[in-house]
Design a protein around this ligand. Structure first.
Ligand SMILES: [Fe+2]
Ligand SMILES: [Fe+2]
Length: 172
């Protein structure tokens, strides 16, 4: 059974994960509007991952005897000056999420809540990957600069990223 304080903190994290999904969906829409379908596809897959992160917390809160309560989701930025700016914002956002996960880990330790500590370890590892992926693409965007050819090359590559299979195993 989780404490009321932990329940509140985990509900806040559900909101942050859904806000992450919203940020990436807005980035996808911006890329689609700018005819960069590969970047858009990458962001759509990222959106699905963030929803999955939120639902994993949802499942845990329920299982641990808590109550999921959803709050309003903040409005995400609608557009970015360039793919570089979008990935800079992505990396910055992922660092905020990592900090938030670390606060949860600290709280679990404080409360000797070992079950939640173990549950959170998956997110600690996941955030290392999330930051690394955003940073790798950011570094490549820095390398190619504003050159159209380089951007289109990266667009083609990012378009290879698969979306998570829909529940029931169907691809969308
Ligand atoms: Fe996430
Ligand atoms: Fe993320």
């Amino acid at each position: 059974m989780i404490s009321k304080k932990m329940e509140k903190a985990l509900n806040k994290q559900i909101n942050l994960e859904l806000y992450s999904a919203y940020i990436y969906a807005a980035m996808a829409a911006d890329f689609d509007a700018k005819n960069l379908p590969g970047f858009a596809q990458w962001m759509k897959a990222q959106t699905q991952e963030e929803v999955a992160h939120a639902m994993k917390f949802y499942g845990y809160v329920n299982e641990a005897g808590g109550r999921v309560v959803l709050d309003a989701i903040e409005k995400p930025p609608a557009s970015y000056a360039s793919p570089l700016k979008a990935f800079e914002a992505s990396l910055k956002h992922e660092r905020v999420v990592t900090k938030s996960i670390y606060h949860l880990v600290d709280l679990a330790k404080e409360e000797s809540d070992h079950a939640t500590s173990v549950f959170l370890q998956w997110y600690v590892a996941e955030q290392v990957e999330e930051e690394a992926h955003a940073d790798a693409i950011l570094q490549r965007l820095k390398m190619v600069g504003e050159a159209g050819h380089g951007i289109l090359m990266i667009d083609r590559e990012l378009g290879q990223r698969q979306s998570a299979p829909a529940p029931g195993g169907e691809e969308d």
